[in-house]
Design a protein around this ligand. Structure first.
Ligand code: SAH
Length: 389
């Protein structure tokens, strides 16, 4: 639907909507402070002819005070300010459109990257927490048939800084009081926006470290409050297990049997449900964190009582928690959410066998900002029912 394009501000030419490789497949987003660890930051600053301690000053502004505005960096000499921000704090993502609902406490931002790639992020403010849902890739190569992002394919991986920038923007909006409810902080980050985080492993890992390192090295959000969600790429889950992190792992299972899962999550045909879950249990054992099993409830597809029972038997006695997600509508999909009574029974069957289970609050459906609805300008999304822009 061309609405997505119509909503873009004047001045954004058609060329900006061209595929992301207009500048050649090798064009990389510019280097940014958030791509670098503290030692690399010092090296970069020295390379610019500045004393090493300027790296810490810059980090304090960006990660600690949440500013990337040179004019606010009054402890830096004026010429150094311009040079350092120009070289290390380039604007990686430009907000193209903001949609909000829930009285402004759910906000979806459409971002444009340097090469015309589009991604989206969503901020959700709850009474007890503020969650940023971030994208790890522009588009997604996993092709799950019920997910809007999967329909257009993968444009490219995001860099670590492009991921961190999304969290930074939310943290800044909270710190400046731009979100109704008063000033606050981003407490949680979920890698449940566009993309498969474990298919962009190195950048996602670096981003996790930048998001969770204590300020001023990073944004200081607790690792325990960060969730990495995956379709179940077994070797990457195993690699993540060895990182010594305590982030939460979410596995988008959606079916307890291989036959149906092969259809719903086609990329994981290489791994059986049993292998995916084995990797998940090893992650749980290593980190002590309960694994979140994501299960989109799709009417007459995966919501039968026998599948609830099979799922319960796979999870019994494991460090796991099931998150049932009423299927969110996506354009062109023939599937719809389970009947409420059927979903209730599915829930009860898990709960009665002692499996911890919750139903996900699907915020943001009015702005196509809920799970599986993020498609940026690459797909027919873009808030036909948007409340504001
Ligand atoms: N690629 C990762 C992270 C992004 S999706 C993953 O698959 O886990 C975040 C969650 O939303 C996943 O559990 C995904 O399966 C789910 N999802 C996708 N499309 C959906 C839809 N239409 N309705 C409800 N949930 C959906």
């Amino acid at each position: 639907m061309p609405e997505a394009i119509k909503l873009l501000p004047v001045g954004l030419t058609e060329s900006a909507l061209a595929p992301a490789d207009r500048r050649g497949p090798r064009a990389r987003p510019p280097r940014h402070l958030a791509d670098l660890d503290p030692a690399e930051r010092r090296a970069a600053v020295i390379e610019l002819g500045q004393p090493a301690y300027r790296a810490d000053q810059l980090s304090r502004h960006y990660f600690g005070r949440l500013t990337d505005d040179a004019s606010e960096m009054t402890d830096l000499p004026a010429d150094a300010r311009a040079q350092l921000t120009g070289a290390l704090l380039p604007q990686l993502l430009t907000s193209q459109r903001e949609l909000e609902c829930d009285g402004g406490t759910t906000r979806k931002t459409l971002w444009r990257a340097f090469d015309g790639a589009f991604v989206e992020s969503v901020l959700m403010r709850y009474p007890d927490r503020v969650t940023m849902c971030v994208s790890s890739q522009a588009g997604c190569g996993m092709a799950c048939p019920f997910c809007a992002t999967g329909q257009a394919g993968l444009t490219r991986n995001l860099t670590a800084a492009e991921i961190v920038t999304q969290v930074f923007a939310g943290a800044r909006a909270m710190a400046t009081g731009a979100v109704p409810g008063g000033r606050g902080r981003v407490s949680n980050v979920v890698f449940m926006g566009m993309g498969e985080p474990l298919a962009n492993y190195a950048s996602v890992l670096t981003a996790v470290r930048r998001i969770t390192d204590p300020a001023p090295n990073g944004l200081g959000i607790s690792q325990r409050s960060v969730t990495v969600s995956t379709v179940g790429l077994v070797p990457s889950i195993r690699r993540l297990t060895s990182e010594g992190l305590s982030v939460r792992l979410a596995v988008s299972l959606h079916a307890p049997d291989d036959e149906l899962r092969d259809e719903l999550v086609p990329v994981t045909r290489r791994w059986q449900v049993a292998e995916v879950l084995d990797a998940a249990w090893d992650y749980a054992a290593e980190t002590g964190r309960r694994v979140s099993i994501e299960y989109a409830m799709i009417r007459d597809i995966n919501d039968q009582a026998w599948r609830a029972d099979l799922l319960a038997s796979l999870l019994a006695g494991r460090l796991a928690h099931v998150n049932l997600i009423p299927l969110n509508p996506t354009p062109g999909s023939k599937w719809t959410a389970s009947n409420p009574e059927v979903a209730d029974e599915f829930f009860e069957r898990l709960a009665s066998r002692g499996i911890p289970v919750t139903v996900r609050d699907t915020r943001g459906t009015q702005i196509d900002g809920a799970c599986g609805q993020l498609a940026a300008a690459t797909g027919p999304t873009a808030g036909s029912q948007a409340l504001t822009n």
